[in-house]
Design a protein around this ligand. Sequence first.
Ligand code: DX5
Ligand code: ZN
Length: 216
Amino acid sequence: MIKISPSILSCDFSKMGDELIRMEQSGADMVHFDIMDGHFVPNITIGAPVVKCLRNLSDITIDVHLMISDPLKYIDDFADAGADIITFHVECDSDIDDTIAKIKSRGIKPGLVLKPNTPAWTVFPYLEKLDLVLVMTVEPGFGGQSFMPEMMPKVKEIKRECQRRGLNNILIEADGGIGRDTIEQASEAGVDVCVAGTAVFRAADPAKAIELFKSF
Ligand code: DX5
Ligand code: ZN
């Protein structure tokens, strides 16, 4: 069954705590925190202090997506804030192996993220060290964009490589433009976790939306 990680970027920021609890009560498997530095992507969102204050409200898995240029510098901050999963971009400026090692040293699950134009093979050298690979299905930076179906072959390629190596516990996460019209092709391609921001937070009934998405 596909897991759903609603992106907090699409929530009502004036009620972020209530929205997090609402997602937990609506059956979300985890909550996705989009961290942007205005340098790696052209937008600035939230930082570790916000994650820290929300951590105390719920035990739900906190899935932190770092869209920042130097993630290695901030792993301790997000670990101290209570992240359970930290994904960062293979295109970033930090040393990938050092950043993965730092995340693991804090007892957190590491994942690598690929932008749409980044080929699957770029993460192959790191697969044995990862718990998760996140395939962007939009250009990172904003919620509410259209899903890029041309990313599905990349999902299949990564899935095949993981299976070839016997790495059957690595989760493939898709992120961007996931909704009722696109989740089926994500599921068919082998996606294990779908990030859904707009499709959940703008739904009349988020719990029904999550229930529907999990049925694919
Ligand atoms: C984009 C973010 C995504 C985005 C998803 O840079 O990484 O997580 O917020 O939002 P929707 O589901 O609305 O595309
Ligand atoms: Zn994201």
